[in-house]
Design a protein around this ligand. Structure first.
Ligand SMILES: NC(=O)c1ccc[n+]([C@@H]2O[C@H](COP(=O)([O-])OP(=O)(O)OC[C@H]3O[C@@H](n4cnc5c(N)ncnc54)[C@H](O)[C@@H]3O)[C@@H](O)[C@H]2O)c1
Length: 239
């Protein structure tokens, strides 16, 4: 049981990649909080649902206080909540730009500003930020999304430095998934998904469990000397 006795918060934990991360963490012995503004799509022992919109600055502070009051502390945070609002740059509205930045980028900051310092105080922790292959290589029609997913990599390196500066082992890493079979791909036409599959070395799209396996590794002591890194889990894709 790699996460025995640990308390983990997973944003966007109600479905998709977040759901698989919650399940994997709970099976590894953690008490898991799935924080999501959407409806829970499953039931799993030791996974509790907390309603949270990560763009709500005061709501994030209250969520942090409530979780610490109920569970004692937070050892692991996965910033996974994310959305797309795709459009070519010349047509992208301010609303599309602002919403994606607010959820994918500021949403992570809204929680880490409380949970990062708390991890320093309790003597360690693991933060995992979900980036994307699009943040590493860019993608046509996703300027807003690419900006957030590249920004998350900068935040990962910055937080790895900031929260460990007193020598406390707070590790901060990112995962950059390739195209992975979840609802977020619902708006992508099948012919494009087939093309993306062919662009990987393994000639297929990813499964959410394959991202969760890496999150479990990064959350655990098996990754005790890994921090500030972005791990690509994309079947060898190059956009
Ligand atoms: N599926 C992919 O191909 C893929 C590839 C690369 C990166 N990612 C990233 O993985 C993460 C998870 O995506 P997914 O594929 O599981 O998508 P998904 O749409 O299935 O799940 C996203 C979850 O985030 C929640 N969410 C959205 N906005 C929120 C908010 N403001 N506050 C709280 N929760 C919110 C949703 O309710 C949902 O449960 C995202 O950050 C996404 O950008 C996904």
């Amino acid at each position: 049981m790699k996460l025995e006795g640990k308390v983990a918060v997973v944003t966007g934990g109600a479905q998709g990649i977040g759901m698989e991360i919650c399940k994997a963490f709970a099976k590894a012995g953690a008490k898991v909080i799935a924080a999501d503004m959407g409806e829970m799509k499953y039931e799993q022992e030791n996974v509790s649902y907390f309603p949270l919109n990560v763009t709500d600055v005061e709501g994030c502070k209250k969520f942090f206080d409530d979780v610490v009051a109920e569970f004692g502390q937070i050892d692991i945070l996965v910033n996974n909540a994310g959305i797309t609002r795709d459009s070519m740059t010349r047509k992208m509205t301010d609303e599309q730009w602002n919403l994606v930045l607010d959820v994918n980028l500021k949403g992570a900051f809204n929680l880490v500003r409380h949970i990062g310092p708390q991890m320093e105080t309790i003597g360690g922790g693991s933060i995992i930020n979900i980036s994307s292959v699009v943040g590493v290589y860019g993608n046509i029609g996703q300027a807003n999304y690419a900006a957030t997913k590249a920004g998350i990599i900068g935040l990962t390196m910055t937080w790895a430095k900031e929260f460990a500066r007193k020598g406390v082992p707070v590790r901060v890493n990112a995962i950059a998934p390739g195209y992975t079979m979840t609802d977020i791909l619902k708006t992508v036409p099948q012919d494009l998904l087939d093309k993306f599959a062919q662009m990987t070395m393994l000639k297929r799209l990813g499964q959410p469990e394959e991202i969760a396996n890496v999150a479990l590794f990064l959350a655990s002591q098996d990754a005790s000397y890994i921090t500030g890194q972005t791990i690509s889990v994309d079947g060898g894709m190059r956009l």
